[in-house]
Design a binder for this molecule. Sequence first.
Ligand code: KG4
Ligand code: ZN
Length: 354
Amino acid sequence: MLVLGIESSCDETGVAMVQGRGQGVPTLLAHALYSQIEMHQAFGGVVPELASRDHIRRVLPLTQEVLTACGRTLAEVDVVAYTRGPGLAGALLVGAGVACALGAALGKPVLGVHHLEGHLLSPFLSADPPEFPFVALLVSGGHTQLMRVDGVGRYELLGETIDDAAGEAFDKSAKLMGLGYPGGPALARMAEQGNPAAFKLPRPLLHSGNLDFSFAGLKTAVLVQAQRMVAAAGVAHFEALPEQARRDLAASTQAAIVEVLLKKSVAALQQTGLRRVVVAGGVGANRNLREQLNAECAKRGVRVHYPELHLCTDNGAMIAMAAAMRLQGGLQQPSTAYAFDVKPRWPLDSLPQL
Ligand code: KG4
Ligand code: ZN
């Protein structure tokens, strides 16, 4: 079974071809990605209308690139999968529209995929795929959730952020430090040479006794600290501070976010009694998070899995993979109705399951 997957929920256009294999883990044949980062950089964040228009420009050339790379033709595709949500409505409509048009033209069925299920299952694209059940820490730009995962579609929400996502905390803190967009990787780079203990920043909800997160207060604390440093140094703005001071604040911010993610993940493992954790979503690319989680899990004899670094952020491979796993598991039938809607907001635990 050949599944073509199209991702267009935010600022990356991704296309991929995955081959389903009976009951085994499907194989990625090829994928192609175009990131709009440069285009949005001038605006300090994603401009939804520009994102939609660029997806239109990129999606068919990327599809051609994928077909060429894996030596297949459109006629061989069995199912066309696309991201149905959550994400930016206009951007989602591009992928959904193109997928349904392709499906209708080819006489092949289509399947709308949940973007977060794509992230959640993206570690299955790695050379060392996880086994069910596991705890999943989903840390993307818009979501921070801990889930118990017993199989494809069998997701139990254990806790989630009550305000900002961890990715947002990275992005917003980076923005006020003048690090531009997207802020997560830039702040992580800045933090490398910084002292994580230089500033005492809050670890929100660390001792709340549940598995929920809150990052909005942290961003405010970072802002207040930055303002204090600017005033004390008598400079005009944060970027005018000595490099080491900026590195220290970046490192302290990262340390606060990572500590909360780490401790809550450990609490989720304790609560569920599971011995395996999977990290997915863009923040899963963070090196400091990986190092600390690896060390903690090694100490506890817990297995930890990540998607490959380049598949942590949005891509088409995870969408094709999630579709292939759903179809193989018999969880859903693809549709030949070609009437599509998108779901900008869509809870993950509402998906069809066995
Ligand atoms: O999963 P993703 O590509 O998009 C969404 O579905 O939201 O995640 C993007 C998020 C952004 O907030 C970005 O700043 C963050 O992931 N991110 C990182 C790193 N790489 C990406 N955050 C911290 N450290 C990184 N290395
Ligand atoms: Zn994403």
